[in-house]
Every structure is written in C-alpha cells, then in structure tokens.
Design a protein around this ligand. Structure first.
Ligand code: APR
Length: 171
C-alpha cells in the first residue's frame, strides 16, 4: 500500500518519478502550478505538449520532465468549479484516479500532486481534498502494489492544514 504524505512547498522542486500538473485542456501552459512547471522544465516541455493534442477534463497524459528533478510530468485537467452541480466532484476524482492509472502503466513508484482545481478553477479546498483522498485511497485499494509514495504538495497553509487533518498525521 502506498505511503501517503503531505508537505508544504514547491511541486517543481520535488525529486520524485512524476509530478502531476494541474493543466488546462490545451496543455499549452498557463499560470499557477502549470506556469511554474513549464518555467522549471524549460521549452522542451511545451514542445512535447504540443504533440499531445490536448487533454480532456478528468483525463491525464504523460511527458518527460526535462529540466525538472522529476523524471516525468503527468498532465491532468481538473474541473472548473461552477457551484457543484456540473459533475465537478466526479471529474476531480477522475483527474486523480487517471493520473495514478497512467503512473502505474509507466512503472512510476513515487508521485507528487498539487491541489488540483483549488486555484484559478476555484474548487472549494475542503471538498477538493476529500475528493482527492477518496480517489487515491480507492486506487490504492484496487492496485495495492505498484505506487510506493504519494505526496500532496501544498503551496498554501489552508490546503496544508486541510490535508494534514484528513491524513491524520501524528504530531
Ligand atoms: N507548487 C505547488 N503548488 C502550487 C504551485 C507550486 N509551484 N503553484 C501554485 N500551486 C497551487 C495553487 O496554490 C493551488 O493550490 O496549485 C493549486 C492549483 O492551482 P492552479 O495552479 O491555479 O490550478 P487550477 O486551480 O487547477 O487551475 C488550472 O490554471 O494555471 C492555469 O493552465 C492552468 O488553466 C489552468 C488553470
């Protein structure tokens, strides 16, 4: 069973097999963590993204990590929050689950996630964290072995405190 952990910091600095990008459907970069990843990885990342023909919300695609310490980037697209009646929870769940599915297919053992959809896409942080953890726990129940370490990398204190309480990390 994968070890779950939460840290506060910069996803682009993580030394893991794969970091997960909170991208948009074009996969052509943006602001937030997407912008930070592209800046840190260098222009070759965008060049490879251009070959992927975009990514649907809830789906995931993989590239190399280039200048990042992470070997791969798994690009997923979380939903924009529209009030909760547009299938947002299911789509966010799928973004996490499909990212792990793709990681397993590429024999990735250590992976780090940002708090997908909780920035520009305005998904409520508490519900996003609960949805993320349900997807991750369901995936690990269905596939207990391949992935050894799953880290949630929080950029702000609010997300960090929410995950810390949900993962019940002993003081
Ligand atoms: N490391 C870790 N987390 C980060 C970093 C970073 N370097 N930079 C930002 N974040 C956090 C934000 O604070 C937020 O908690 O990532 C989370 C996701 O926020 P966004 O990056 O805004 O992503 P999202 O809400 O999913 O919106 C995606 O924003 O950047 C564009 O191209 C992207 O259109 C897409 C949209």
């Amino acid at each position: 069973m994968a070890n779950l952990s939460v840290v506060k910091g910069d996803l682009t600095k993580m030394h893991v097999d794969a970091i997960v990008n909170a991208a948009n459907e074009s996969l052509l970069g943006g602001g937030g963590v997407d912008g930070a990843i592209h800046r840190a990885a260098g222009p070759e990342l965008l060049a490879e993204c251009r070959t992927l023909n975009g990514c649907k919300t809830g789906e995931a695609k993989i590239t190399k990590g280039y200048k990042l310490p992470a070997r791969h980037v798994i690009h997923t697209v979380g939903p924009v929050w529209h009030g909760g009646n547009s299938n947002e929870e299911t789509l966010l769940y799928k973004a996490y689950y499909n990212s792990l599915q793709l990681a397993m297919q590429h024999h990735i053992a250590t992976i780090a996630f940002p708090n997908i959809s909780t920035g520009v896409y305005h998904f409520p942080k508490q519900l996003a964290a609960e949805t993320a953890l349900k997807a991750v726990e369901d995936f690990c129940t269905n596939h207990p072995d391949p992935i050894k370490e799953i880290t949630f990398v929080c950029f702000d204190d609010e997300n960090y405190n929410i995950y810390h309480d949900l993962i019940n990390i002993p003081e």
